[in-house]
Write a protein that binds this ligand. Structure first.
Ligand SMILES: CCCCCCCCC/C=C/C(=O)SCCNC(=O)CCNC(=O)[C@H](O)C(C)(C)COP(=O)(O)OP(=O)(O)OC[C@H]1O[C@@H](n2cnc3c(N)ncnc32)[C@H](O)[C@@H]1OP(=O)(O)O
Ligand SMILES: NC(=O)C1=CN([C@@H]2O[C@H](COP(=O)(O)OP(=O)(O)OC[C@H]3O[C@@H](n4cnc5c(N)ncnc54)[C@H](OP(=O)(O)O)[C@@H]3O)[C@@H](O)[C@H]2O)C=CC1
Length: 286
C-alpha cells in the first residue's frame, strides 16, 4: 500500500533526497513519504539487507529508490557514497541526516570509548555527511538539509552522550544555516520526543519497561509515531519552509513543557496521524 501523505503528490517531483538511516524506523517512513511525493530517494545505512527490504517496499508501490551501504562515521565511505549518489542521480536536492542511536548508561559508568562511539554516531557522522553534501553539490546548486536530533531540553539523564551530541548538532544546524545561506542551502533540525518506532526494540527489558511508563508524562497522552516525525521533515524540506533556516521543529507531544507543576490526566488527548499503513507498534509496546 502506498504512503498516505498529507502533502501534494508532486511536491518533490524530479528531486533526489538522501535519507540516512533509511533502512528502519523514522528513516524508512520518511523514505516512503518522500518517494510517494515524487522524489527519488537514496537510502543509507550500515546493513545492506535492511536497505534492500525498504527498496523492495518502495519500488513495489512505484517509487524510485537506491541503496547505499555506508557507516556515516567513516569519512572516506561518506565521500564515496555522496559521489555515487550524485553520479547516479545527477545531483542532490535534499538530505535527511537521520542515522544515529545510542545505548542507555549512567554518566558514572560511561567509558570514554562508549562516549566517543556515540558522539561519532550522532555528531561527527552527521557533520561529515552534511559537509560532503554541501561541498560536493549543494554549495553550487542549493538544497535543504534536515538534521534529526532528540528531546534534549533540560538535559538527558541516562543518555548524556547522545544529549551532548544532539545539542552539538543543534548548534551545528544554526551555524551551517548562516554559513550556507548564501548558497541557497537551508539547514534545519527536527527533534523527536518518544516516538514508537523500531528504535525502541533496540533497548533491553528494564529500559523498555521504563519507556512504557513514560507515556503518562506526555501532555498529549501518547507516544508519537514515525509518520508524525516524517511530516515535519517533509515540511522543512519543502518550499513551504522557504524562509525557515537554522530552526528546530519539536515533535514531542509537549514533553519539554510538562514541568513538575503539570498534572497528567490519563487519557489520549490527540488523534495520531498515521500516514504509513506499513508501520507497526514496536514489539515492546504491544
Ligand atoms: C529510562 C528513561 C530514558 C528515557 C530516554 C528515552 C529516549 C529515547 C529517545 C531515543 C530513541 C532512539 O534514539 S531510538 C534509536 C535507537 N537505535 C540505535 O541506537 C541503533 C544504533 N546504535 C548503535 O549502533 C550503538 O548504540 C552505537 C554505540 C552508537 C554504535 O555502536 P558501535 O557498533 O560503533 O560501537 P561498539 O563497537 O559496539 O561499541 C563501542 C563502545 O561503546 C560502548 N557500548 C556500545 N553499546 C553498548 C551497550 N549496549 N551497553 C554498554 N556499552 C556499550 C562500549 O564501551 C563499546 O566498547 P566495547 O565494550 O569495547 O565493545
Ligand atoms: N524513536 C525515538 O523515540 C527517537 C529517535 N531519535 C533518533 O531518530 C533517528 C531514527 O531513529 P529510529 O528510527 O527511532 O531508530 P532506528 O534504530 O530504527 O534507526 C536508526 C537508523 O540509523 C542507522 N544507523 C545507525 N548508525 C549508523 C551509522 N553509523 N551509519 C549509518 N547508518 C546508521 C541504522 O541502520 P543500520 O543499523 O543499518 O546502520 C538505522 O536504520 C535516530 O538518530 C534516533 O536516535 C531521536 C529521538 C527519539
Amino acid at each position: 500500500m502506498k504512503y498516505q501523505s498529507i502533502y501534494h503528490p508532486e511536491l518533490f517531483k524530479g528531486q533526489t533526497i538522501i535519507v540516512t538511516g533509511g533502512g528502519s524506523g523514522i528513516g524508512r517512513c520518511t523514505a516512503h513519504e518522500l518517494a510517494s511525493l515524487g522524489a527519488t530517494v537514496a537510502i543509507v545505512g550500515r546493513k545492506v539487507e535492511k536497505l534492500d527490504r525498504v527498496k523492495e517496499e518502495i519500488t513495489a508501490v512505484g517509487g524510485r529508490v537506491s541503496c547505499h551501504a555506508c557507516d556515516i562515521r567513516e569519512e572516506s565511505l561518506v565521500r564515496q557514497m555522496m559521489a555515487d549518489v550524485i553520479a547516479r542521480h545527477g545531483g542532490i536536492d535534499g538530505l535527511v541526516n537521520n542515522a544515529g542511536g545510542q545505548y542507555p548508561s549512567q554518566l558514572k559508568d560511561l567509558s570514554t570509548k562508549g562516549w566517543e562511539a556515540v558522539i561519532r554516531n550522532n555528531l561527527t557522522g552527521g557533520f561529515i555527511v552534511a559537509r560532503e553534501a554541501y561541498n560536493q553539490w549543494m554549495a553550487t546548486h542549493g538544497g535543504s538539509i534536515v538534521n534529526i536530533i532528540a528531546d534534549i531540553w533540560g538535559g538527558m539523564p541516562t543518555m548524556a552522550h547522545t544529549g551532548a551530541a544532539r545539542a552539538g548538532m543543534l548548534n551545528f544546524t544554526e551555524t551551517a544555516a548562516c554559513e550556507w545561506a548564501h548558497s541557497g542551502v537551508r539547514v534545519n533540525a527536527v527533534a523527536p520526543g518518544w516516538i514508537a518506532s523500531s528504535g525502541f526494540d533496540t533497548y533491553d527489558a528494564p529500559m523498555q519497561a521504563e519507556l512504557r511508563r513514560l507515556k503518562e508524562k506526555v501532555p498529549l497522552g501518547r507516544y508519537g509515531n514515525e509518520a508524525e516525525v516524517s511530516a515535519a521533515i517533509v515540511f522543512l524540506l519543502s518550499p513551504g519552509a522557504a524562509f525557515v533556516t537554522g530552526s528546530c521543529v519539536r515533535v514531542d507531544g509537549g514533553v519539554p513543557n510538562a514541568r513538575h507543576t503539570w498534572k497528567p490526566v490519563p487519557t489520549d488527548r490527540s488523534k495520531p496521524f498515521d500516514g504509513f499503513p506499513l508501520a507497526t507498534l514496536p514489539e515492546c509496546l504491544q
